[in-house]
Ligand binder design. Sequence first.
Ligand code: UDX
Length: 447
Amino acid sequence: MPQQQRPVGVIGVGYVGLVTAVCLAHLGHEVVCLDVDEAKIDDLRRGRIPIYEPGLAELMADAGERLAFTTSYDELCDRCRVLFVAVDTPPSPSGDADLSRVERVVREIGGRGGDRLLVMKSTVPVGTGDRVMAELEAMGVEGIGYCSNPEFLREGAAVDDVLRPDRIVIGEYDQHDGDTVSELWSGIETEVVRTSVATAEMIKYASNAFLATKISFINEIANVCEHVGADVRTVAVGMGLDHRIGPSFLQAGIGYGGSCFPKDVQALKQLAGNSGYHFQLLNAVIEVNHLQKRRVVAKLQERVGRLRGKRVALLGLTFKPNTDDLREAASIVLAARLRAEGAKVTAFDPMVPPGSRPDLFPGVKLVTSALDAVDGADAVILVTEWPEFGQLDWRAVRDRMRGHHVIDGRNYLDGAAVAAAGFSYDGIGTTGDTLGGETPLVAGERS
Ligand code: UDX
């Protein structure tokens, strides 16, 4: 049972804040969530969840009265001593993280004084803790402590990542404050890394940058595989069995997207640059990721020639399966490039209904099934590995199409089955053939 008598506050009920709040409530804490968005708070009070995340609705219903929602900082500060900060830190035009929302929270909390502990969940540049403490000091505020407690949650597996994490990282200025945060998570069995605030902040950026590096690395290996006749899927299996490398995040494809990797890799590069260090490796990671999406278009042109007037079907649009998130999705660049080359683009994604997001997909026809998307198409590109695309009847797909080309941007399909249905099949660094009659093992996990 929780040690904390007073409710825990969570400021910002976006993706990270809401999952954190619901998981804290699941662990037995009373939680008060604050957001400045009244409509969102109204919805949450009525039990309506603004995001799609497996398991979240069930935990929220179980939490019942342990979860409260407010738009009032006065109410939050009356009730809570420990306040998690989970507001967003979008990229600014300079590439640095925009900390204006964090600063606003600090002003609101600092202005109300009192004995409090701010716990930073938002991904913030190294040095933010020092900056917040300096700001509070400049405001003449005493008695507010600060810890960093970065999140490592993946969309689609967020609840599990919070309740069964590989580690909990706590950065602290004061041991007692670190103990308080540690106790809040005491219902979870895992390694706890207690360190300075700056080190905790860096662990978050370094982790995401390393994972992104792994992806760009395997994508480059895939590109070389295409030239030398090797199969990247089996290369990844062979590499991943070395425990120093590990099997995860070695799925070659059309590049990483989402709300974290692109933003955090850029922010770390920027942070290094601001302190006078040129982080060369990250430049390459970013560039490889950009080029990877464009290579798919080149690959398609090799198969069908000029794209003007050709019909191309995109299967999947979200940045990965099991989410409705389109932020930095590879599909956006891909659709725009295809349109720029004069192709007619039709797309299906189980989470992106027709008529939605004309801002992201101008000129793209969204339909309600994979078979409708491929109707009359010259080529199909699998962009997001939604499980239902693994079940497609490729003979039925072939019957609906004008052409016979499939590009598997995630190496997800059974290439042999697709080819047997009469298609040309191109993966990323793989021909999709089974080797020696065996289905290649799948390296690593996909969330
Ligand atoms: C990521 C981190 O995993 C998480 O720890 C952090 O807190 C937030 O960022 P998320 O953005 O939800 O989580 O997605 P993730 O599952 O990590 O995938 C990110 C992108 O990389 C996706 O576009 C995915 O398709 C791509 N990816 C992932 C690959 O291309 N290959 C892989 O092997 C793994």
